[in-house]
Design a protein around this ligand. Structure first.
Ligand code: NAP
Length: 236
């Protein structure tokens, strides 16, 4: 299947490792040009050297100025922005009654606002070309809250609300907005949380994300796609 991604320009936030990296690699394998980002320059430069046509921009995606900087860099380097993949590190664990205001604000900034800022910065360019793909890497917690991941439950549900609203606003302009909701995948994040269980291959996750950003996915809009091996128990 031709995903129609050759020479498309994709910005993938938080992408030197894990699911962001796998998404960047899958997009690159389909011929997309990339802007990649993470805080640690060494890991980012290693990815930039491993894929063709990647511009590495080091920085913290929770900095409110960074999303615009990534979009501006894509415009200067590649002259267009077709795809943005919002991503950030996961918030620390904690139950609903353990988490405090500062932690909630930090999680909302990282796991909601950073992605909204990236989409907002890219949309004018997507509107001008009447084509765009916005995809947010979130979690199964969007569809099934996890007891000890209250910060994730709170922030990502808010992002889902924003995405669902924006998806309808942008549909007529050829721009889709979707969430991709990973279950357990074998990445550093998993080691941090100490979670055990059946895990997915990040490379497979990346290919599903690339499909959501593809040409044939043009009528897939406003969904929260689970990539979780079936752990979500509900019907929706
Ligand atoms: P990971 O393996 O720890 O990779 C995180 C990546 O994001 C790294 O490249 C990291 O590089 C970068 N990053 C982290 N914070 C950043 C920041 N503030 N600004 C810029 N880059 C940043 O994590 P992952 O497993 O891929 O998880 C990605 C997202 O999916 C997280 O939100 C996580 O909670 C969620 N998720 C993961 C799983 C899973 O099983 N893996 C399941 C559900 C949800 P630097 O540290 O150098 O910045």
């Amino acid at each position: 299947m031709d995903l129609g991604l050759r020479d498309r320009v994709a910005i993938v936030a938080a992408s030197s490792k894990g699911l962001g990296r796998a998404t960047a690699e899958a997009l690159a394998a389909e011929g997309a040009r990339l802007v990649i980002n993470a805080r640690n320059e060494a890991a980012l430069d290693e990815l930039a050297a491993a894929v063709p046509d990647a511009l590495a921009i080091a920085g913290d995606i929770t900095d409110p100025a960074l999303p615009c900087r990534l979009v501006d860099a894509a415009m200067v380097k590649w002259g267009r922005v077709d795809i943005v993949v919002g991503n950030a590190g996961g918030p620390p664990p904690g139950t609903a009654l353990e988490i405090d205001d500062d932690q909630i604000l930090a999680a909302v900034n990282a796991n909601l606002l950073a992605s909204v800022r990236l989409a907002r910065a890219a949309v004018p360019h997507m509107r001008a070309q009447r084509w765009g793909r916005i995809c947010f890497i979130t979690s199964v917690t969007v569809r099934q809250p996890v007891g000890h991941l209250a910060l994730s439950n709170v922030a990502r549900a808010g992002l889902w609300g924003w995405a669902k609203t924006a998806a309808r606003d942008l549909a007529e302009e050829g721009i889709t907005v979707n969430l991709i909701c990973p279950g357990l995948h074998a990445t550093d994040r998993l080691l941090e949380t100490g979670t055990t269980g059946r895990t997915g291959d990040p490379a497979d996750f990346g290919r599903v994300a690339a499909f959501l950003c593809s040409e044939p996915a043009n009528f897939v809009n406003g969904i929260a796609m689970g990539v979780d091996g079936g752990v979500v128990a509900g019907l929706l």
